[in-house]
Ligand binder design. Sequence first.
Ligand code: ASP
Length: 355
Amino acid sequence: MDVTAGGRNLEGHLMWTRMSIIAATLALAGCVTAQGSAMSGNAAPDNPSKAEWSIAIHGGAGSMEPGQFKPEREQEYRDALAKALKAGSDILKNGGSAMDAVEAAVMLMEDDPGFNAGRGSVFSYEGRNEMDAAVMDGTTRAAGAVTGLTATKNPVLAARAVMERTPHVFLSHEGADRFSEEAGIEQAPPEWFATPSRRRQWEEFRARQVGWFDTDLKYGTVGAVARDKGGHLAAATSTGGLTGKRWGRIGDSPVVGAGTYADDRSCAVSATGTGEYFIREAAAHEICARVRLTGIDTQQASDAVMAEIGEMGGDGGVIFVSRDGESGFSFNTPGMFRGRADSNGVNEVAIYAAD
Ligand code: ASP
């Protein structure tokens, strides 16, 4: 892909955007039994459900194409996604909450060094792992977020603690680390987060000395969205951000409304990609707002918002679960680590657009 310091190849983007929309539509035709119907009103959760419970996860979007990974590596990714999906699904199947389900799925991916979150986070310009996370509860629209964590083993737990144990929504850097420690959340030394392959990516980035940060997305921001049997929605996103980020740069993942949003009246969304564009689009909120205010289905809203992000020059994708349990993806990159499961028997993981 054509990645330059200040701009992007717009034509290439538009092509990927169109391809991903087509791919998403084809994939959806095979996997989802019914499309969303017009939704109106604000009441939740008295909507007719297409799936009693439903979950979607992602492990980042990027330029991965078939044949790029060794078969064993590809299988490891598929297994890791399936494990996270199962952890969330088991909770929902047993009547657990959407919030517990997204937390469980995200924690497993944070612990997996293959993803860019928790252990295995990318390196900042200075060679540190600085992690961001957010959670949102669609019932109350309560939210919690952290940015610049360096010592919390599972940043998603810190985000949830901000939501549940403080009057705040967003804590940053040193203060966020201190809060998480004081909240009794497990801490880990720098060596826990830093993996040799992420260090290599950072060294390559520093050697090239181009751009503000590495926009050739280093696969792996993680996220989950879910609808539980009570009809409630939740979203969670966790990331190491972008390789080479500097000056306390914050992406979309922990920004409520940009990379993470949940509202029982519409949908839950988690994003991955070049965060600056998702922030400018207020992507996750924009998708939910279009669903709530115009009655279009969540797939349509996601595709439209991803198309706009592509036109601006952004790369990446979103996962969603709607208030009636429809799940799906929309992305404008060649691939996105992703998976979804629901009470109707959908259970799938995928990597490439054509999967
Ligand atoms: N969206 C994240 C950020 O901009 C990165 C990613 O999704 O890979 O920080």
